[in-house]
Ligand binder design. Sequence first.
Ligand code: HEM
Length: 485
Amino acid sequence: FRVLSGIVRTIWKSRTIPGPVEGMLSFYGSTDEFIHKVRATSQRFGNTVRIWAWPVVCIFVSEPEDLEVIFSSPYLQSKAPIVYDALTPILGKGLATLNGAEHRKHRKALGPSLHLEILQGFVPIFEHNAQKLCKQLEAYASTGSTFNVSPLLGRYSAQGICETVFSTETSPGLAEEQENFIKVLIEASDLMFYRLTRPWYSPDWLFYFSSQYKGYMGAVKGFESFVSKTLAHKVELVKRGVTPKEGKRKAFLDHYLTSDEAKVLTERELIESLKTLSAGAVGTSMDLMSFFLLIMAITPDVQDKVAKELDDVFGGSDRPIEPGDLSHLPYLECAVKETLRMFPPLFAFSRIAKRDVKLPSGHELPKGCVVTVMPYTTHRNPKYFPNPEKFDPTRFMPENSRERHPFAYIPFSAGMRNCIGQRYGMMSAKIVASTILRKYRILPCPNGPQRLEDFVVGVGVTFGLRDGAHIRVERRLKSDLKRRG
Ligand code: HEM
């Protein structure tokens, strides 16, 4: 009775918030259309929209003043089980899915092993993997043929996770399992989305009858097996006192296992959080970089400015990128940020309201509703981003962004549940972007999109290009540099 009366109360209290009468059904249709429907809904009903998802009440919030309350209220920090339970078998019971004291414990334990100094040690790893990717591009540059760069970016990110988080080069005999792990990391978003959008498959015994059961469970097992075996090997090395020598780069785990925080999590908890870190990193980074490269292909003026900046820093040389170089690439950084504004890989994320919470916009979030934050709509608010459909990196130049509301731009969320991999993700993206653009000019595919509005996007757990980024590449010549003056 208490559950039922709680549901009725939530529905009753949310009745004044505008929204389509047909609720969730208004988004029914292909996933390509989903994001356009979400935008149309917010254009029609405003920045706070109530969506019935019987019996759940979902409230989309996108006004920065309201978001400030959402990111800071202690009553709005718990993940909605209806969304996150479906992701847990692959994502793990780690940072992204835990709540309250458990969440704080994991955050405190893992945060120090991802601080800036440690990340800077990852630069040569990203650089090396970006060079490997460029070698693969060479074949396409010679023939001028069109290809899908997204799987290569997925591999770049997944390989990066293996080396920066697990330092797999010191884990012999796991090559086959690592390959499987990389495959699952690249496919994780699709696998999780399949189960998330089919709530009737939530119980394992019903999911057993699904056509995806075997593939999904194979992925879950592969993930678990790689993470636990690599961890066991690392723990053994630490016990024997075998740690990377002074001056040699250390992976996340090398730091964590020898740090004061190492005893905070049990082995099981660490395995779960490692799964979360890995699954959280790859799909998002692959989507971000796919959008970025496709945008470069269709905005040659922006691409030229990025290339000019790279030439200024590297002088047309082949020298490897160093940590210090990254702060001298402000325009590249702005272009990556603008990509995240227009196409935030996590276009939405949710919390459950533990109490009624009043928002500055005047609406009240009733206890029990699912609060959904929508970076995709927030980032298209013309009050903060005039002409929002235009790709314009200069929006993020300090002189143009200083006065902007801090919660008008939230690709990595904000507050105590913001993305723990934000700096990692930006660094990895800037390194692969700069390595590619130093060597190659990106061109659009003749039959593919020539304008941003032609992009065919698809929604999964992350938001990406439905068919990947199909591009062509051309080797940059020294004469390009001179021509641009
Ligand atoms: C570059 C692309 C990335 C984007 C756009 C992104 C975005 C986000 C967002 C919006 C959240 C909040 C999600 C929510 O509240 O449900 C989040 C959380 C998280 N992200 Fe990222 N992320 C990226 C890369 C990464 C990377 C590289 C890692 C790991 C190295 C990572 C690990 C995590 C984790 C563990 C959380 C959960 C944090 C918590 O709840 O305390 N992400 N990310």
